[in-house]
Design a protein around this ligand. Structure first.
Ligand SMILES: *Cc1c(COP(=O)(O)O)cnc(C)c1O
Length: 501
C-alpha cells in the first residue's frame, strides 16, 4: 500500500517513506491510497486475539514495505504490561447512567499518563525501521510542537533511541505545571526541551516552517541528518490509534456489552483532530461507527466548522483547564477533507492556502452534507468541565480528567439534543492526576494546597485512588531543561542545538 499527499496526488510514497519524512514536501499530509476492508468475520477474528494481535493485523494491512517480523518486533516492544500496567493497554470502564451507556476507553495507562503514549511508544520503532529502509545512514531529527502531552510522550518514546535526536517546543504559559515538570526533568542523551514565548499554534507553525525551510533542510542533509515528525501529522502516529477503536469494539463484544455488528458512537475530546480521525479510518475500514462526536473546549473552532462548514481561525485563543485541546489550527482536519472530497487534492490545497492567507475557508455543499451525516460538534467551557468532573465523581464514582470531562459533557449535550442512545465509546485521554489542580477543585470543597505535588497527594487522599507511579516520581526528579526562546528564534535554536549553525 502506498500513500498520497493531501495536497498533491502525484506525490506517491511508501509507508516507510511517509513515516520517515513525516510531512510531504509541499506541506500536505500523507494519506493511504486505499483502506483495507474488514468484514464482520474479520472483526470476529480480532475478538479472538489480544491487543497486540489486533495491532499486528491492522499494521500489516497498512505498512506495505514492512516485514511481518518488523511489525511483530515493534508491537511486542511497545505494548508491554510493564509499560502499560497490564496486557490490555486500553481497558474500558463501563458507566451506565440513566438510559445512556458510556464505555470509557482509558488510553492513559502508559508511561506518561496521556493517550499520546498509545502511538508514541511504537512510533520510534516504526520510524527507525522506516529511516533504515528509505534514508539509510541518516540521523533522524525529531521536532515536536506540543500543547503538553505530546512533548513528554515523544521524549519518553525517543529517549536514547539510536539514530535519533529529539527536540520539543512547548508554549511557556500553555501547559500545566505537571506537564512542564514532566518535560523539564526528561532523561536521555538525545533530548532537548525549549519553552517558546507564544501559544501552541505559534509552536506548531514554527515547527512546520522549519520542516519546509529549504536552507535548513540542506544544512541538515550536509550533516547526514533529516527532519522527521512525532506530531500527529505523521502517519505513524495515526495508525496506532486506529487499533484501539477496533480493540475497544472487540472488548465490548467479548464482554457482552454489544453484539457483533451493533453500531456504536464515538466521542473524542479533540485538539489536532488525530484521535477522532483515527476512529473515522476505523469506520471506513468496516467498524460499525454511526456518529463521530467531536468535543472541544472554549477553543471551539471545530464546533463551528462542523455546524457551519466554515473554518475560521481568527478568534480569541483561550488558555483553558484542558490545555491539550487549546488549538485553533487543527492539522489533521486536512486529511478528513481529503477523504470527504474523494481525494480532491487541488481542492484541499486551495482551502489550506485560504486558511494560511485569509485565516478561513468554507467547504462546498457536498462536504458539508457528509459532515452533517457523520459528525456532531459541541463544546464545553471550563466551568462546565469542572461541573462534569464533580458529577461523574459524585454520581458515578468515576474520576476523570479535564479533557475526558469535556467529552462526557458534550456527549450529554448530544444525547439530550438527539435522543440517540447508541452505546458510546468515550475516549478518555489523560489521567486525572495530570491535571490535579482542576480535578481536585472539582471534587473537593477544601481549600487547595499551593504546591502541585501537595495537590496530587490531596487528590489521592480525597478520592482514595492511587497516584500513577510516573507522576509520583517527578517530585524528586532533577530539572534539566530551562531554555526559553522567541518564536522567531526557533530555527536558530534548532541549528545550535544540533551544533550545525
Ligand atoms: C492530545 C490530546 C488531546 C487531543 O487529541 P488530538 O488527537 O490532538 O485531537 C486530548 N486530550 C489529551 C489529554 C491530549 O493529550
Amino acid at each position: 500500500m502506498n500513500y498520497n499527499s493531501t495536497r498533491n496526488n502525484n506525490t506517491v510514497v511508501s509507508a516507510s517513506q511517509a513515516i520517515a519524512q513525516g510531512i510531504s514536501a509541499e506541506g500536505g499530509l500523507f494519506v493511504p491510497q486505499s483502506l483495507p476492508q474488514y468484514t464482520a468475520e474479520d472483526i470476529k477474528a480480532l475478538t479472538k486475539t489480544d491487543y497486540r494481535g489486533r495491532a499486528k493485523k491492522i499494521f500489516s494491512d497498512f505498512l506495505g514495505d514492512f516485514t511481518a517480523e518488523e511489525i511483530s518486533e515493534s508491537v511486542d516492544a511497545a505494548y508491554t504490561a510493564e509499560k502499560f500496567g497490564s496486557d490490555n493497554p486500553a481497558p474500558i470502564s463501563y458507566i451506565e447512567s440513566g438510559d445512556t451507556k458510556m464505555s470509557v476507553l482509558e488510553l492513559w495507562h502508559g508511561p506518561t499518563c496521556a493517550f499520546k503514549d498509545m502511538a508514541l511508544q511504537i512510533l520510534p520503532h516504526l520510524l527507525t525501521k522506516s529511516v533504515k529502509k528509505t534514508f539509510a545512514g541518516k540521523e533522524a531529527v525529531i521536532l515536536v510542537a506540543t500543547s503538553g502531552d505530546t512533548g513528554k510522550a515523544a521524549l519518553e518514546g525517543f529517549k536514547d533511541v539510536e539514530g535519533t535526536k529529539i527536540m520539543v517546543f512547548y508554549p511557556v504559559n500553555g501547559v500545566s505545571p505537571m506537564q512542564k515538570r514532566q518535560m523539564a526533568t526528561q532523561q536521555g542523551n538525545n533530548v532537548s526541551v525549549v519553552a517558546i514565548e507564544g501559544n501552541f499554534d505559534d509552536a506548531q507553525t514554527g515547527v512546520k516552517k522549519i520542516f519546509t525551510d529549504a536552507e535548513i533542510k540542506d544544512k541538515l542533509a550536509e550533516n547526514n541528518m533529516m527532519f522527521s515528525s512525532a506530531n500527529s501529522i505523521n502517519w505513524g502516529r495515526l495508525l496506532p490509534q486506529v487499533v484501539y477503536y477496533f480493540s475497544a469494539y472487540c472488548d465490548m463484544v467479548n464482554e457482552g456489552k454489544i453484539a457483533m455488528g451493533d453500531p456504536i458512537n464515538v466521542v473524542v475530546p479533540t485538539g489536532n483532530f488525530g484521535n477522532i480521525l483515527a476512529s473515522y479510518y476505523a469506520m471506513r475500514m468496516g467498524l460499525p461507527i454511526k456518529k463521530f462526536i467531536c468535543a472541544s473546549n472554549a477553543n471551539n473552532v471545530l464546533t463551528d466548522f462542523i455546524q457551519t462548514g466554515t473554518y475560521d481561525k481568527q478568534r480569541t485563543f483561550y488558555t483553558t483547564i484542558s490545555p491539550s485541546m487549546d488549538i485553533l489550527v487543527s492539522s489533521n482536519l486536512e486529511r478528513l477533507l481529503y477523504h470527504l472530497t474523494d481525494g480532491n487534492a487541488e481542492k484541499v490545497a486551495g482551502w489550506m492556502k485560504e486558511l494560511s492567507e485569509n485565516g478561513k475557508y468554507t467547504v462546498d455543499d457536498d462536504v458539508k452534507a457528509k459532515l452533517d451525516e457523520l459528525f456532531y460538534g459541541g463544546f464545553c467551557d471550563d466551568e462546565n468541565t469542572q461541573k462534569t468532573i464533580s458529577e461523574m465523581y459524585r454520581e458515578e464514582n468515576y474520576l476523570c480528567d479535564t479533557h475526558t470531562a469535556v467529552a462526557v459533557n458534550v456527549y450529554q449535550q448530544y444525547v439530550a439534543e438527539t435522543k440517540d442512545t447508541t452505546p458510546a465509546v468515550i475516549a478518555s485521554t489523560a489521567s486525572p492526576y495530570k491535571f490535579a489542580r482542576s480535578v481536585l477543585e472539582a471534587v473537593s470543597d477544601e481549600a487547595l494546597p499551593e504546591d502541585e505535588f501537595a495537590m496530587v497527594d490531596a487528590l489521592s487522599a480525597v478520592t482514595k485512588t492511587t497516584v500513577p507511579a510516573p507522576l509520583a516520581m517527578l517530585k524528586d526528579a532533577k530539572v534539566r531543561f530551562t531554555l526559553e526562546c522567541k518564536k522567531e528564534e526557533m530555527p536558530q535554536t534548532v541549528l545550535s542545538s544540533l551544533s550545525i549553525g
